[in-house]
Write a protein that binds this ligand. Structure first.
Ligand SMILES: Cc1cc2nc3c(=O)[nH]c(=O)nc-3n(C[C@H](O)[C@H](O)[C@H](O)COP(=O)(O)OP(=O)(O)OC[C@H]3O[C@@H](n4cnc5c(N)ncnc54)[C@H](O)[C@@H]3O)c2cc1C
Length: 423
């Protein structure tokens, strides 16, 4: 019996494992095993909407086991080490031996030289992060309403977002527009006027990996919302209630959201793979790890070329290729080579606005927002979740006016997710 192990069940791992399951149907001498540290698949592109209460966490998470046949073994187990010599994954409770390994365990937050910032920061990477963010925003608004001093209210209601890439821009815009559309009308003027969002990007423009036109559109729209931008400026320090910038500016803020980038997980960097300049597993164009027969990597963890972005789009493109190359190898055939196809960029700027770059054409406003929704409706797995999303979006306008404090319904959801390992 030969064993193919897929490590990680996110965008890349889920799709690759399902492709393998289909391709291996009826082959009795091959066991497919999927190992994941959490029991759900997370649809990250809509996580900022969970953070601001537009969607519930159930809209963007799916039980992994339900995605597979009985023939596929699914282990919910955090893997602590990859032993490439013994060809074994070392888990907290179990060791998982493999003949073929597909590494698809994504990325972790990059704190650079400042792991200590973690104690005073929020992130938006896991389902638990999304729910916790929502709870923290809610708490800040509620507590600010009880404060008498203007300075204290401003500190409690200032949100600094570090990192002006797609995640930082989307999250900052979601927070800003949620406050304006759902909360401002039902709080006192003192609370409404103390609310502040500051977005900090160290490169010279927002969305630095996308066409400059998109960065400019984002800048203009965010400014029109009243957001403060600090571009060409780095965050240099974070304490419990202050953020220091490279310009010397100190922003007094209780809330700091770090969206400054991701890196390959320690699990991968410690395993002895040949790694690329970004710390990812160096793979050839069949997605096989350099010098390691039968070991493949896809998604955020795979380093093919520096210009291939860390995105769900790439992980989803690579997944069927890697799966088919494993099956080809099992049958003694050569693998096919993967080529990156960039289909465009799409960024939401709050509840009603988005910007897109499709082909050579920039698109802005509700048209781009509609395109964004159509794409996510198409991409999100399962008909039930598609229907759930459609319902939420169709009724969003009605819900906003009838339940303006939807944002505040987060209490208790964190507890449900406590078992999920932090990233
Ligand atoms: C808020 C946010 C918004 C985003 N928006 C977009 C977007 O709009 N478009 C886009 O293309 N990309 C977007 N991305 C990026 C996208 O989510 C990632 O690039 C994509 O998920 C990478 O896919 P992956 O399969 O490599 O990893 P993931 O999807 O992260 O999956 C990794 C899996 O491995 C599991 N795992 C990790 N470590 C272990 C371990 N030690 N043991 C066992 N299992 C483990 C994880 O639980 C997870 O299930 C966004 C990311 C975030 C955080």
């Amino acid at each position: 019996m030969r064993r193919i192990v897929v490590l990680g069940c996110g965008f890349g791992g889920l799709k690759a494992a399902r492709e393998l399951e289909r391709a291996l149907a009826g082959r009795r001498r091959v066991q497919l095993t999927v190992v994941s540290d959490r029991s759900h698949f997370l649809y990250t592109p809509l996580l900022p909407s969970v953070a601001t209460g537009e969607l519930d966490v159930a809209h963007v998470t799916f039980p992994i086991r339900a995605a597979f046949d009985k023939s596929t073994e699914v282990l919910i187990e955090p893997i602590e080490a990859i032993d490439l010599d013994e060809r074994v994954l070392r888990g907290a409770k179990t060791d998982v031996a493999f003949d073929y390994l597909l590494v698809a365990c994504g990325s972790q937050t990059n704190w650079g030289d400042h792991p200590e910032w973690r104690a005073h920061s929020l992130t938006c990477k896991s389902a638990r992060d999304g729910v916790r963010l929502r709870e923290e925003i809610t708490r800040a608004i509620s507590e600010a309403a009880e404060l008498d001093s203007t300075e204290e209210r401003e500190r409690r209601l200032t949100f600094v977002v570090g990192g002006g890439g797609a995640t930082g821009v989307e999250l900052a815009a979601e927070i800003m527009t949620t406050f304006q559309t759902e909360v401002a009308a039902v709080v006192s003027d003192a609370v409404a006027s103390a609310f502040r969002v500051v977005l900090v990007e160290q490169q010279e423009r927002l969305l630095p990996t996308m066409p400059p036109e998109l960065g400019a559109l984002a800048r203009d729209h965010l400014r029109s919302l009243g957001m403060e931008l600090r571009v060409g400026t780095a965050v240099v320090d974070r304490s419990a209630d202050e953020v220091e910038l490279s310009t010397g500016e100190i922003i007094v803020a209780d809330n700091f959201l770090w969206c400054g980038g991701v890196r390959a997980p320690d699990l991968v960097t410690d395993a002895g793979f040949e790694i690329d300049i970004q710390g990812r597993i160096a793979v050839d164009d069949t997605l096989q790890a350099h010098g390691l027969a039968g070991v493949y990597a896809i998604g955020d963890v795979a380093g093919l070329r520096a210009d291939v972005p860390w995105s769900a789009h790439v992980a989803s493109q690579q997944a069927p290729f890697a799966a088919r190359n494993i099956v080809a190898d099992l049958s003694g055939r050569a693998g096919r080579t993967w080529e990156y196809h960039h289909h465009g960029d799409l960024v939401t700027l709050g509840r009603q606005h988005a910007i897109a770059w499709v082909g050579e054409t920039p698109l802005e406003g509700r048209g781009a927002r509609t395109l964004y929704r159509l794409i996510h409706m198409a991409m999100i797995p399962t008909g039930v979740k598609k229907a759930g999303l459609l319902k939420e979006w169709l009724f969003a306008r009605f819900r906003r006016t009838s339940r303006p404090w939807n944002l505040l319904e987060a209490e208790g959801e964190v507890a449900q997710l406590e078992s999920e390992a932090p990233k």
